[in-house]
Ligand binder design. Structure first.
Ligand SMILES: NC(=O)C1=CN([C@@H]2O[C@H](COP(=O)(O)OP(=O)(O)OC[C@H]3O[C@@H](n4cnc5c(N)ncnc54)[C@H](OP(=O)(O)O)[C@@H]3O)[C@@H](O)[C@H]2O)C=CC1
Ligand SMILES: O=C(O)/C=C\C(=O)CC(=O)O
Length: 371
C-alpha cells in the first residue's frame, strides 16, 4: 500500500516499438507536419543514416554526421548551422545517446521536433535532459523542448551493436532505474517501470551475450532500456549519476563502461539507507544482493569492473572525490568524504562491492519512498 505523498507527471511522446518499426519513420514525420528532416548520426554510422535518408525520400533534407559523445559545443554549433542551412523543419536522430544528444542541442535553440531512432540502451530519447560540453566542462539541464516528439524502437537496428557495448549500455540503463527506485521524488508508477526495466535487462543481457543476433533478446533489452530511460527523465538521480558525470566529464572516461564499474559500489554505499529499493533491484535481477548482483552480472558478461581498466589514474582519485563532493545531489545516505574516497578506491581496484558498516547514524538526506 502506498502511504507516502508523491507527484507524478507524464509527458507527451509517441513510442512505436517492434522489429520493422523503422519503416514508420516517414509516417511519423508526416504526423509531425514535417517535410524536410535533417538526419543526424556519428561519422562511423553514416551508412545507417543514409539508409534512413533513403527511406525518407524527399522528406530528407540531408545528413549531418558530426555527433560526438558528450556533445562538444563546436559540434552543436556546426549541427545548428547545418539544420538552418538545409531549411530543416524536423530532426531525425539515428544512433545512441551521443546522436540523440546532438538533436537535443539543436532543439534547445530552435522549434524543430525530434524523431529519435535509438540504437543503444542509454535512454536519452525518453528524457528532457540535455548535455553540452565546453572548455572541458559538461553542463546538463532539463528543458521539455528537447524531449523527442516520437521514438521508434526497432530492435533490428541494435543487432549491429557489438556485444561488449550492448552489455555496458544495458547496465547504464539499469543504473537509471536503480537510482529511480530511491529517488527523492520517486513515485509508485516509476517504481513499477524501474523494476520491470531492470528485470527485462537482467534477463536480456545474458541472452544477447550468448546469442547477439537473437531478436527476442534484443527486443527485451530495448524494452528495458525504454522503461529505464523513462525513469531517468521523470525522477531525480543521486550519487551514482553525480559520480559518473564528474568522472566522465573531468577525466574523459567512456560513459557506459563508467556506469557499469561504478554502479555496484554506489549501491553498496546506499544499501543500508535504502533497503526497500535494494530489495526491488535484487528481486528484479533474481539475486540476493543488489550491489553484488550488478557486479556479478557485469563480470559474468565480460564487462569492465575496475576504473583502472577504463582509463582512470589512481593519482586522480583524490581530485575526483573532491569534485564529487561539490554540489552533491540528494542521496539516501549522506555523501561524506572518507566513505566516498573508499568507494572510489574500491571501484578503481574492481573489488566486489561490500555493503559498508555505517560509521554514523544514517540520517537520510532524502526519505526513501516506497514506490
Ligand atoms: N540526456 C540524457 O538523458 C542522456 C544522455 N546520455 C549521453 O549519451 C552519451 C552516451 O550514450 P551512448 O549511447 O552510450 O553512446 P554513443 O551514442 O556514443 O554510442 C556508444 C557506442 O555505440 C556504438 N553504436 C551505436 N549504435 C551502433 C550501431 N547501430 N551499430 C554499431 N555500433 C553502434 C557507437 O559507435 P560509433 O561511435 O561508431 O557511432 C559508440 O561507439 C553520453 O554523452 C551521455 O552523457 C546518456 C543517457 C541519457
Ligand atoms: O550527461 C548527459 O548528457 C545527461 C544525462 C546522462 O548522461 C545520464 C547518464 O549519466 O547516463
Amino acid at each position: 500500500m502506498q502511504n507516502q505523498p508523491f507527484t507524478y507527471e507524464s509527458r507527451a511522446q509517441r513510442v512505436l516499438f517492434g522489429a520493422g518499426t523503422l519503416a514508420q519513420a516517414p509516417a511519423e514525420l508526416e504526423r509531425m507536419g514535417a517535410h524536410k528532416a535533417l538526419v543526424l548520426c556519428t561519422a562511423p554510422q553514416r551508412a545507417q543514416a543514409e539508409a534512413v535518408a533513403a527511406l525518407l525520400g524527399p522528406r530528407a533534407a540531408g545528413i549531418f554526421d558530426g555527433a560526438v559523445m558528450h556533445v562538444p559545443m563546436a559540434s552543436a554549433e556546426a549541427a545548428r548551422a547545418a539544420a538552418a542551412q538545409a531549411g530543416a523543419n524536423a530532426l531525425v536522430a539515428v544512433g545512441g545517446g551521443s546522436t540523440v544528444g546532438l538533436a537535443k542541442a539543436i532543439a534547445l535553440v530552435s522549434p524543430l521536433p525530434v524523431l529519435a531512432i535509438p540504437t543503444t540502451y542509454a535512454g536519452s530519447e525518453m528524457t528532457p535532459i540535455y548535455g553540452l560540453t565546453e572548455n572541458g566542462l559538461k553542463r546538463t539541464g532539463r528543458d521539455v523542448r528537447v524531449l523527442p516528439r516520437s521514438v521508434l524502437y526497432d530492435p533490428e537496428l541494435t543487432l549491429a551493436l557489438p556485444v561488449g557495448l550492448s552489455v555496458v549500455s544495458g547496465i547504464n540503463a539499469i543504473a537509471h532505474a536503480a537510482e529511480g527506485l530511491y529517488a527523492a521524488d520517486g513515485n509508485p508508477v516509476m517504481g513499477l517501470m524501474a523494476a520491470e526495466g531492470i528485470a527485462a535487462l537482467g534477463r536480456a543481457l545474458p541472452a544477447l551475450h550468448a546469442a547477439p543476433h537473437d531478436l527476442h533478446a534484443r527486443s527485451d533489452a530495448l524494452y528495458g532500456a525504454w522503461l529505464c530511460g523513462l525513469v531517468l527523465g521523470s525522477v531525480s538521480m543521486a550519487l551514482h549519476h553525480k559520480l559518473c558525470h564528474t568522472l566522465g566529464g573531468s577525466f574523459n572516461l567512456p560513459h557506459a563502461e563508467l556506469h557499469t564499474v561504478v554502479l555496484p559500489h554506489v549501491l553498496a554505499y546506499n544499501a543500508k539507507a535504502a533497503p526497500h529499493a535494494m530489495q526491488r533491484i535484487a528481486a528484479a535481477l533474481g539475486t540476493a544482493d543488489a550491489a553484488l548482483g550488478v557486479h556479478t552480472l557485469a563480470r559474468r558478461l565480460g564487462a569492465p569492473t575496475a576504473l583502472r581498466d577504463i582509463g582512470m589514474r589512481e593519482e586522480d582519485l583524490d581530485k575526483a572525490c573532491a569534485l564529487a563532493l561539490r554540489d552533491a545531489y540528494p542521496n539516501p545516505r549522506p555523501i561524506e568524504a572518507a566513505p566516498l574516497r573508499n568507494l572510489l578506491q574500491e571501484a578503481f581496484e574492481g573489488a566486489a562491492p561490500r555493503p559498508p558498516n555505517l560509521s554514523t547514524t544514517p540520517t537520510q538526506q532524502t526519505t526513501e519512498t516506497t514506490p
